[in-house]
Design a protein around this ligand. Structure first.
Ligand code: ASP
Length: 273
C-alpha cells in the first residue's frame, strides 16, 4: 500500500485530481495513489452511432477511442445486438478488424464458457449497436447486465455505440428499435443518470411523413416517466470521466427533461441532472 501524505479523501472528479496535482506539496506516493484512484474512475464513451453517413466504421471517434483504451491491449466485444441479424461471430469480426488497427485484441463475449468471469477479468468493453431489445434480453437472461455495470462502474473503460449506448442509460425505453423480442426487464446499466436516444433526428418540414417525430415520442415518454433523455445526434457522444459527464461532438445535443421545453447544449457541456 502507498502511504499518502496529502490525500485524505479520494477526489471524485478530474477537477479534484487536478487540484491535488497542482499542489506544490504533491509527493511521489500521492502520485502513485492518484494513479490508483484514476484506475477506479468511470471511463466511458456512449456514442450515437458507429458509422457516420459516407464514413468508415468508428472513424469519426478514433482519437477518442484510442484515448479511452490507452494502455490496454485487449477488450471484450458484446455482439448481442446483431445489426441486420448478422451472427455473433460475424459482428465480432467487424469490431476485431477495427481494433486490430489500433493495437487492441478483441474477443466476443459469446465465445467464453463463463461470460461472468470473462467480464470480471476483462480490461475493457465495447458493445456494438443493432437491436436494443435483443441486446438487453441476452444480457439479462445470462445475468450479465449487473456484472457489466459493476465492472464499468469500477473503472474499466467502456465504449458503447447506439444500442450499446442505450444500455448505459437507466433503461432502454427511449430506444428507436422495434420490440422484436421480449426482454425480462427494460432496466439497463445506469452508468449515467438519464436515458439516451441515439441517432437523434430533427423533424424535416419538407418530408411528407405523418408519423411521430422523435421529439413527440420522447415527450410521450415524459407523460409516463421523469427520467431525463439526451438526444444524441449522429456524430455526437457522451463522455464520462469519474463523476463528470459531458456532451461531445460536432453537433449540439438536445436535452429533454420532464415538464420543461427541450433545449440545446453545446459540445463540452457538463451534464448534471
Ligand atoms: N438501432 C439502434 C442501433 O443502431 C439503436 C436505437 O436507435 O435505439 O443500435
Amino acid at each position: 500500500m502507498h502511504q499518502p501524505s496529502l490525500i485524505r479523501q479520494a477526489p471524485s472528479s478530474i477537477a479534484g485530481i487536478l487540484n491535488i496535482l497542482q499542489s506544490s506539496r504533491t509527493k511521489a506516493a500521492d502520485l502513485l495513489l492518484l494513479q490508483d484512484i484514476i484506475a477506479y474512475m468511470k471511463n466511458i464513451i456512449l456514442a450515437s452511432t458507429s458509422t457516420l453517413f459516407g464514413g468508415e466504421y468508428l472513424a469519426y471517434i478514433k482519437e477518442q477511442i484510442k484515448d479511452l483504451f490507452k494502455g490496454i491491449d485487449s477488450i471484450i466485444f458484446v455482439p448481442y445486438a446483431r445489426p441486420g441479424g448478422i451472427s455473433h461471430d460475424e459482428y465480432t469480426a467487424i469490431a476485431a478488424a477495427y481494433f486490430t488497427g489500433i493495437g487492441i485484441e478483441v474477443k466476443g463475449l459469446h465465445t467464453f464458457a463463463d461470460p461472468k468471469q470473462a467480464i470480471q477479468e476483462a480490461k475493457g468493453f465495447f458493445t456494438g449497436g443493432g437491436n436494443t431489445f435483443l441486446l438487453v434480453k441476452q444480457l439479462h437472461e445470462q445475468g450479465l447486465m449487473t456484472e457489466l455495470s459493476a465492472a464499468v462502474s469500477g473503472g474499466k473503460p467502456y465504449l458503447g455505440s447506439s444500442a450499446g449506448s442505450n444500455i448505459g442509460g437507466i433503461n432502454m425505453q427511449t430506444t428507436n428499435d422495434m420490440p422484436i423480442v421480449y426482454p425480462p426487464s427494460f432496466e439497463t446499466m445506469g452508468l449515467v443518470p438519464f436515458n439516451l436516444n441515439p441517432h437523434y433526428l430533427d423533424p424535416n418540414p419538407d418530408l411528407k411523413h405523418n408519423g411521430e417525430t422523435r421529439e413527440t415520442r420522447i415527450k410521450e415518454f415524459h407523460t409516463q416517466n421523469s427520467i431525463p433523455v439526451v438526444g444524441l445526434r449522429e456524430g455526437n457522444w457522451i463522455r464520462v470521466t469519474g463523476d463528470q459527464i459531458t456532451t461531445e461532438g460536432a453537433e449540439q445535443t438536445r436535452i429533454f427533461e420532464a415538464g420543461k421545453a427541450p433545449y440545446e447544449v453545446a459540445s463540452g457541456t457538463i451534464l448534471s441532472f
